[in-house]
Design a protein around this ligand. Structure first.
Ligand code: HEC
Length: 694
């Protein structure tokens, strides 16, 4: 299957980064297929820019709904559809795959890999999946519980399925595989719990493992897997990081340059986040938070650029990477661009990893700037949290998260789904590792949790997002569209001079790519995080987006106002010129304030409950028990809910719905403490009908 790659015809093309030919795989000759969406980022360069222009600035206000398809679940929807030969392949929560007629929306087949529901307890950021990959007659996808599966694209029948992880560690897969020269490449996540990051290539036909690249060193007392691991191990010191995994997971972004024959992977944060726990003797901790260039045939290391040396903030460099050829100081440079969580926009020479420029695209206070001599950020000592908690921006959700950017070669602009959120980092001096829970090495700073509706409103106000049009050559903002809420969707750019984005407040919007003028908008009634795509069938252009809110922010730190109709199932919405006007969205049903039971308790019990809640529950039910709407807001538990409380959290009553039992990690006493804390939060934040007497 491999090494059928033809590079010759491309040598004549100067702007060749987005060209590709793979004789074995006509799919990747995407420019002969402008009407389809064949690869995750449409091209190997991952621009997410389509040459289609039937829908353009002059007529986009005449598009309407062509068809829709409901996925049957309300958890986070993050798919990038793949469209080939009139068929659309999408993923839905719990790693379910659907094949749809791309013109009518008719369901052709569904494949449900039956993900173990209890595995959701290992997922930091919802039971999401970001899409499939297609190669010849097969499609490939990862499952939340660590499998890589190949299906027959016409029937949905399984060709093969292999386990890519050691299940004694809390790994999850949410990212889309990439296929380069007959190798299916897949990474995984789990850095919040503690795992060792790696990326693996498997043979498309057999599923045989071809190579694996670890992103961080294992136990240095054991033989290293590669020379790079030996080099990397010298940049870790004083701790036993391998016992916690070390982190560096490759959970989303990759890109490929067929001319340089180089695969680029983005690596994640440290496990634990806190470097004083992970590597107390200091060091850069390679290859965390880095862009790493690899040989796609062998997995051999070529170069790396580390965005956040010694990461201590969950500043992943797994964010979307785009390849482009840009004119910089009179020279055409082959660049790779990334806006990772840490707030800097990087332009890097993708032939050798040399930094060309870096400027912050959102306000930051953890560093002052990136030094151009060394290519390293200069950390702000005032924000070091070793001794004192530090209010920091960006927080762990980043100035930009996984939601893909887009690059329009005509405007020369990169469109970034940017956001601003604060976070208090605090060194947990008594850190204890427990593989069944989050291990961030952070002390939850209770004093900073909003304790009443006024404080809540203040945090709410400091938390927002915007669509940023960014000039990567001048490294500056060109225009922005401000949103009240963060965590909006990924982006699509088209040759119709359009930029399209779904928002967390449920709008699907088309902008003029050059000016940022809003040209069209529809209220879909559901928060959107997925990126749109476009394709053409029978001379008609379609624009598709998956709607349905969820993911890390919606679960762990959201505000209910962010999400409309959270109980409604996610949908694919597909638009075209002359389509139907969408009916006004269903209004959310106002929640009834419950009467909570009285419970004999004291301040210490509540404080303990607060601690345990934030150890075990917050990443699904929300910090301070303020739910984002997707998963039940526990402040609204009524008397019946409280009666069955122990049955749910220790007895596993709702385990089939993704609420597994915590009996292995919580004692009865701790469960009672959590319940007392939930009741106290319901009262403090004013959602109870009347406070029951304690
Ligand atoms: C991995 C995500 C996740 C974690 C972690 C989690 N939950 Fe849940 N929880 C859920 C989901 C999903 C549901 C909804 C299940 C359903 O639809 O019935 C739920 C439901 C519940 C319910 C029932 C709510 C109702 O309206 O009836 C209770 C009570 C609950 N969780 C308590 C907790 C507590 C306490 C913790 C921490 C010890 C916790 N959960 C941790 C995902 C999670």
């Amino acid at each position: 299957m491999k090494n059928h790659f033809l590079v010759l015809p491309l040598l004549f093309l100067i702007f060749s980064c987005s060209e590709s030919v793979d004789s074995k795989n006509p799919l990747v000759d995407f420019n002969s297929s402008p009407n389809e969406w064949l690869l995750h980022g449409r091209t190997y360069a991952e621009e997410r820019h389509s040459p289609l222009d039937q829908i353009n600035t002059s007529n986009v206000d005449q598009i309407g709904l062509s068809w829709s398809f409901e996925t049957g679940t309300n958890r986070g929807h993050e798919t990038t559809p793949i469209v080939k030969d009139g068929v659309m392949f999408i993923t839905a929560p719990w790693s379910v795959v659907h094949a749809l007629d791309a013109k009518t929306g008719d369901l052709l087949w569904t494949h449900d890999p039956q993900v173990e529901r209890a595995w959701a307890n290992n997922a930091c950021c919802d039971v999401v999946n970001r899409g499939v990959a297609l190669y010849e007659n097969s499609i490939f996808f990862g499952t939340l519980d660590g499998r890589l599966i190949s299906l027959d694209k016409d029937t949905g029948n399984e060709n093969w399925s292999i386990l890519t992880i050691d299940k004694s560690w809390p790994y999850t897969i949410t990212g889309a595989p990439r296929i380069v020269k007959g190798n299916v490449i897949i990474g995984n996540g789990g850095g919040e719990f503690g795992v060792r990051g790696y990326v693996t290539a498997y043979d498309v036909d057999s599923g045989d493992e071809l190579w694996r690249f670890y992103t961080v060193p294992g136990n240095p007392n054991e033989p290293f897997e590669s020379p790079e691991m030996e080099i990397a191990a010298k940049t870790w010191s004083g701790g036993k990081w391998w016992e916690y995994g070390g982190g560096g997971t490759v959970w989303d972004s990759m890109a490929y340059d067929p001319v340089l024959d180089t695969l680029y992977i983005g690596t994640g944060n440290g496990s634990p986040w806190n470097r004083y726990v992970r590597s107390p003797g200091g060091g850069d901790n390679l290859y965390l938070s880095s862009i790493v260039a690899l040989d796609p045939d062998t997995g051999d290391y070529k170069w790396h650029y580390q965005t956040t040396p010694g990461d201590s903030w969950d500043y992943t460099a797994t964010q979307h990477m785009i390849l482009a050829d840009l004119e910089i100081n009179g020279q055409i440079r082959k660049v790779i661009m990334q806006a990772p969580k840490n707030g800097f926009f990087y332009v890097i020479d993708r032939t050798n990893g040399e930094l060309i420029s870096a400027e912050n695209y959102v306000p930051i206070n953890w560093a002052t700037h990136v030094d151009m001599e060394t290519g390293r950020p200069i950390e702000n000592p005032a924000n070091n949290y070793f001794n004192t908690p530090a209010l920091t921006t960006p927080g762990p959700l980043g100035g930009h998260n996984w939601q893909p950017m887009a690059f329009n070669p005509d405007t020369g602009l990169v469109y970034i789904p940017a956001q601003e959120m604060l976070f208090v980092y605090s060194h947990d001096k008594d850190f204890k590792y427990n593989r069944k829970t989050w291990n961030t090495g952070q002390q939850v700073e209770m004093t900073y949790l909003p304790k009443n509706p006024d404080e809540l409103a203040m945090v709410d106000k400091a938390t927002f997002g915007y669509l940023l049009a960014w000039d990567p050559v001048a490294q500056k903002e060109v225009w922005r569209e401000q949103y009240q809420r963060p965590w909006s969707g990924g982006l699509l750019s088209t040759a119709g001079d359009l930029v399209l984005q779904g928002t967390s407040d449920g709008r699907f919007i088309a902008f003029d790519a050059a000016s940022g003028e809003m040209l069209w908008s529809v209220d879909t009634g559901q928060g959107i995080i997925a990126p749109p795509i476009t394709y053409m069938i029978d001379e008609e252009q379609y624009i598709a987006v998956q709607v349905g809110y969820g993911g890390a922010y919606a679960l762990a730190g959201a505000f209910p106002s962010a999400n409309k109709n959270p109980a409604q199932n996610g949908r694919m919405l597909v638009f075209k010129l002359g389509g139907e006007k969408m009916s006004p969205p269903v209004q959310s049903i106002a929640k009834v304030n419950p009467v909570v039971p009285s419970m004999t308790t004291d301040a210490l019990t509540i404080a303990r409950g607060e601690y345990e809640y934030h150890e075990h529950c917050q990443f699904c039910h929300g910090a301070g028990v303020i739910g984002g709407g997707v998963i039940p807001d526990l402040r609204y538990l009524d008397e019946v809910g409280h009666k069955t409380f122990l049955g749910v959290i220790l007895g596993g009553m709702h385990s089939e719905k993704g609420m597994a039992s915590f009996k292995d990690v919580l004692s009865l006493e701790q469960a009672n403490q959590i319940q007392a804390y939930i009741i106290s939060q319901a009262k403090l934040t004013g959602v109870t009908q009347e406070a029951a007497e304690d």
